[in-house]
Design a protein around this ligand. Structure first.
Ligand SMILES: Cc1cc2nc3c(=O)[nH]c(=O)nc-3n(C[C@H](O)[C@H](O)[C@H](O)COP(=O)(O)O)c2cc1C
Length: 197
């Protein structure tokens, strides 16, 4: 099995979401698994010069900027497509996702790769048989409350790519009671079912 771990906190040292993602990885990985790691804080690009969703631009029409965008997008799409289990760690930033995670989703939304247009014009996800785990952290925002635009968005975007098995582990409201929040998250990790493969 391939496990893909994606971290997105802009904080490298002392990051809770990164530490919890590592704990979850240690809990679920088996010796024969391959781990693919991506730190969105190390390398990211915003989509630019596009007119529609799906990043469909003929090679001959691609500018230098487009080429760089496609190079990173190709890498990210490949990593996602070849993985069986995906762990995404993300802190809530200003009630939503870190900008790098939003940019990641824009680069991964590739027509013919991660989704397709159906004859009726609606979009359909192409990634099947994948299991995603989200590690969500926050200071004061309660998970899944009306102020949390990260968790529902991230679930929705993964569903859009076809990934419909999504479990969430959270250390939310850490600023209110850090120890309680971490204990709760660690309990959630302990309770993740052992894999049957
Ligand atoms: C730029 C920025 C924006 C933030 N916005 C919010 C927010 O809207 N709601 C919230 O509860 N916490 C917010 N926080 C606090 C972080 O969510 C919290 O410190 C984070 O979940 C910890 O994760 P980390 O240690 O992995 O970085 C923000 C932090 C930063 C750096």
């Amino acid at each position: 099995m391939k496990i893909y771990q994606i971290d997105s906190s802009a904080r490298k040292k002392g990051s809770t979401s990164r530490a919890l993602a590592k704990k979850l990885l240690d809990k679920i990985k088996k010796p024969e698994d391959e781990i693919i790691y991506r730190d969105l804080d190390d390398e990211m690009l915003f989509v630019s010069g596009l007119t529609e969703s799906g990043m469909n631009i003929d090679e001959k029409d691609q500018t230098e900027e487009h080429k760089k965008m496609f190079e990173l997008s190709d890498k990210l799409v490949k990593e996602l497509k070849e993985s069986d289990i995906i762990i995404i760690s993300a802190p809530i930033y200003n009630y939503g996702p870190p900008a790098t995670l939003k940019a990641w989703s824009d680069l991964v939304a590739r027509v013919g790769e991660t989704f397709r247009f159906k004859p009726n014009g609606r979009r359909e996800g192409l990634l099947k048989n994948k299991h995603a785990y989200l590690i969500i952290t926050s200071g004061g925002t309660k998970l899944n409350s009306s102020e949390d635009f990260l968790t529902p968005w991230l679930k929705f975007i993964l569903n859009f790519f076809g990934i419909d098995k999504v479990d969430t582990i959270s250390a939310d409201q850490m600023a209110l009671d850090y120890n309680k929040s971490i204990k709760n998250a660690e309990l959630q990790i302990q309770n993740v079912f052992s894999r049957k493969d």
